[in-house]
Write a protein that binds this ligand. Structure first.
Ligand SMILES: [Zn+2]
Length: 181
């Protein structure tokens, strides 16, 4: 009897392990973030162009973004496929784009744009790699150093474009740059 029960216990344990493995695989699949699918917002970007300034303080605020210095007019590409949720002219950000990914989990934010690409409207779908705007210095950026201010927010349940938790884009950008080779 003892042997039999311990054998059964072993079977149950194996079954449990299998279920746990299967569940974690499913969870990992479901949690795949669009950040892992990013392509660089600027063509020809190399790792040396990226600096992790996420934690720096700019004008008294935590930066929570990455600045990519490029000549004015350099095309800015959508880093993932998704929807243009909001085109907003803000005092600090200038011409900005809030783009949601396909699942509405993350919002990708592009600021200080010189202008949007022609025909860009709120609600339109963009594919990863599409040109959405051009580098500039609108808002509070120094006119002598045009750059793309790029940020990622994890949206809240209500999916409001102005609300979210900042995620450091630096590791994802480095991966994106490394994948283009
Ligand atoms: Zn910035």
């Amino acid at each position: 009897m003892r042997k039999r029960s311990s054998f059964q216990g072993g079977t149950d344990l194996k079954l449990c392990v299998r279920i746990v493995v299967l569940l974690s695989a499913l969870l990992a699949f479901g949690a795949t973030s669009s950040i892992l699918d990013m392509t660089p917002p600027i063509r020809g970007l190399v790792r040396a162009d990226l600096r992790d300034t996420f934690g720096e303080f700019h004008n008294g605020h935590r930066h929570e973004a990455i600045d990519i210095l490029e000549p004015r007019g350099t095309p800015v590409h959508a880093v993932v496929s998704g929807t243009i949720r909001k085109l907003f002219l803000s005092k600090p950000g200038g011409n900005t784009i809030y783009q949601f990914d396909e699942t509405g989990v993350y919002c990708y934010y592009y600021a200080h744009l010189d202008r949007y690409v022609e025909g860009l409207r709120e609600g339109v779908r963009v594919e990863r790699g599409d040109v959405i705007g051009f580098v500039g210095s609108t808002g509070n950026a120094d006119a002598r150093t045009p750059h793309l201010h790029f940020a990622i927010f994890e949206l809240e349940q209500q999916r409001q474009w102005w609300k979210g938790k900042a995620v450091n884009p630096y590791p994802g950008l480095v991966d994106a740059v490394n994948r283009v080779k």
